[in-house]
Ligand binder design. Structure first.
Ligand code: FNR
Length: 182
């Protein structure tokens, strides 16, 4: 069975991003292994740490390496991905020559309570994933306006049509990911 790592760009409790991620995960085949990765505890990447990496880096890199496929859900912060997500991408891309993201499939979704649904963060993330040699699924495009789809307190997606759409995207991603998994 495919092993999925879910990476939310939001580090806050009950985030809207996590709610969207859970709705996508609901569409994965039964029995899939799903690991929600913690990124908020990673020290800010510094190349000096390549020689003697913190335990948090080692654990995160191992979790990324163990995954067959990635599900990214990001909010937008000042028209880009949040710093915590960029940091996580950087941490697991280094030391040079040891980019553990490489060669695997990804689902990319953005969400925002703003009208453009995080589209700029979404495409910034896709651009970085290209460089990291991650194969982001092109369709469907997931730009979710959580002001109309989700519960602001719990982060959960409550709109039934959106739930169904996100679950179908998860199911489609499971098919896409098979092309990359032995
Ligand atoms: C935001 N937000 C935001 N929204 C947006 O559409 N474009 C933007 O540039 C920004 N910038 C921004 C900066 C900072 C520092 C914060 C804290 C927030 C709003 C934010 O993306 C939105 O509320 C998300 O829906 C929150 O997602 P989570 O954290 O609940 O997953």
């Amino acid at each position: 069975m495919t092993k999925y790592a879910v990476i939310s760009g939001s580090t806050r409790q009950n985030s809207l991003s996590e709610g969207v991620a859970k709705a996508i995960v609901a569409g994965l085949p039964e029995g899939s292994e799903v690991n929600f990765l913690e990124i908020g505890n990673l020290p800010l990447y510094n190349q000096d740490l390549d020689a003697n990496s913190p335990a948090e880096y080692d654990e995160f890199r191992a979790q990324v390496a163990a995954a067959d496929a990635y599900i990214f859900v990001t909010p937008e912060h000042n028209r880009n991905i949040p710093a915590a997500l960029k940091n996580a991408l950087d941490v697991a891309s280094r030391p040079w020559g040891q980019n553990v993201w490489a060669g695997k499939p990804a689902l990319v979704a953005s969400q925002s309570i703003g009208g453009i649904s995080g589209v700029l963060a979404h495409h910034s993330l896709r651009q970085t994933l290209v460089f990291l040699d991650v194969h982001a699924m092109a369709q469907p495009e997931l730009y979710i306006n959580t002001s109309v789809t989700s519960d602001m307190e719990t982060g959960e997606v409550t709109n039934e049509d959106t739930k169904a759409f996100l679950a179908s995207a998860g199911a489609g991603f499971a098919e896409y990911a098979k092309k990359f998994v032995d």
